[in-house]
Write a new protein. Sequence first.
Lengths: 479, 98
Amino acid sequence: MTIAEARERLRRREISARELARACLDRIAAVEPRLNAFITVCETEAMAQAEEADRRLKAGDAPALCGIPLGIKDIYCTRGVRTTCASRILSNFVPPFDATTIEKLRAQGAVFVGKTNMDEFAMGSSTENSAFGPTRNPYDLERVAGGSSGGSAAAVAADECLAALGTDTGGSIREPASFCGVVGIKPTYSRVSRYGVVAYASSLDQVGPFAKTVRDAALVLGAVAGADPRDSTCSARPVPDYEAALVGDVRAIRVGVPREYFVEGMDPEVESAVRGALARLEAMGARCVEISLPHTGYAIAAYYVIATAEASANLARYDGVRYGLRAPAANSIELYNRTRAQGFGAEVKRRIMLGTFALSAGYYDAYYLKAQKVRTLIRGDFEAAFKTCDVIAAPVAPTTAFKLGEKTDDPLQMYLSDIFTISVNLAGLPGMSAPCGYDGRGMPVGLQLIGPPFGEEAILRAGDAWERAGGFERRPTRV
Amino acid sequence: MAESKISLEQVRHVARLARLELTAAEEQRLQLELSDILGYVDKLNQLDTAEVAPTAQVGEAGTPAREDAVTNRAAPDAMLANAPARDGFLFKVPRIID
């Protein structure tokens, strides 16, 4: 069931919000032992929210997401509900406040079925870096769900909820969306408030939705986007009606195809699924034009300096003093050293070390400043490209979902799988992953659509039109 | 294998800065992994960025200021609810230095 369908059935009182929540919770109970998409299931809270939603639906005061069951990545502060960021260091942390995004969804009467699994502090591309075990791919339980928002992607794919929230710093919404065969959107940087979202890299992090269709994703995006004085980076630009942008027409849209994104190392089945999608777009009246993003090859290097540097600052607050894990210690320095040693996983420690090094005296110019300059060049590539096209189409990842444990021995290999998503975060642009096919093993492949700044309408329109033209048929998952 | 991009002593120094107590095994492993990653990152030096301005922010909001006024209410119990140790309205910690 999509949100659009659920909304209609709730409105007609064919089903109640309570029944919908119950169905999701039952589904969660049935598949979770195999999937592990949730860190915390909020049974009592969800049923209470559903009851309130039913009251509003009956009274006729029901916003678009009233009664809709959602999964929330465990990086969003939810008042009174444990928020762990999949880390031992926050395994007992209960926020005393809601993130702005959560407040907005509560105001809509949405139902939160639970907090979804993720890579620890959003650092990873497979959800294997979770202190609560990995999330498995609903299409093949021996494979990863992607990351860092793997739990949210898997939960939507497996019908544990109708939509979910994730975050995307280097691809963490788009890549799991691609691996799990669902839609995932990373909006323009600053489109959605980051207040109450635990920070990984503050100039890259962005809030975004997962859903089964582009229309559903547009709905959730519209509900959470907009100004927020509590996030000083948040844009005050008015939020357009994203649903209204879904006019179903891609004629005369120029689709830029970056030549640097179709090189060796990409799985041939991924390439053929993506090229197939481009051919279908052309058949619908869009015009594909080759573009160049010459600095693509430097994006991963720039990202792993900038993101880790920002992370080293953002994660300095986890010290055992005010919340979270506290290790026994005789003095405060020992307190910090031991709490952090015991509380952080290996990937988090690696990134903190890298970031600290890049910012340290004697290395700041060579690493951090240099990476910031390369960021300018990467941004410039996109600015130039959007002079000759309206949206850019690309793969999301070089492969479909890999096997659990396949890339965990070599951190650099894991990082290199972010190649197609990472530039979009560096440039602050909107990007969406929409399913476009399956490989020979039945694993989903995603098509990435990238827009100019605040160009969400353009990518939503293109994705929705193509989806509605039957460009893709969803297959059932194996759970 | 390529010359190490970071020495064991540097790893220890960075761990001190980051307040991370590392085991000897972790130090060795991190030296290898960070060397590997820094070796990769070196490719940034292929680019001439002498005339390029750094990008610190990709949002358009700039650095807005707000009124220096209190907009929330004191809620000490809520704020202390997650404290590993508390003493009244204070977070209790081990002594700062021996």
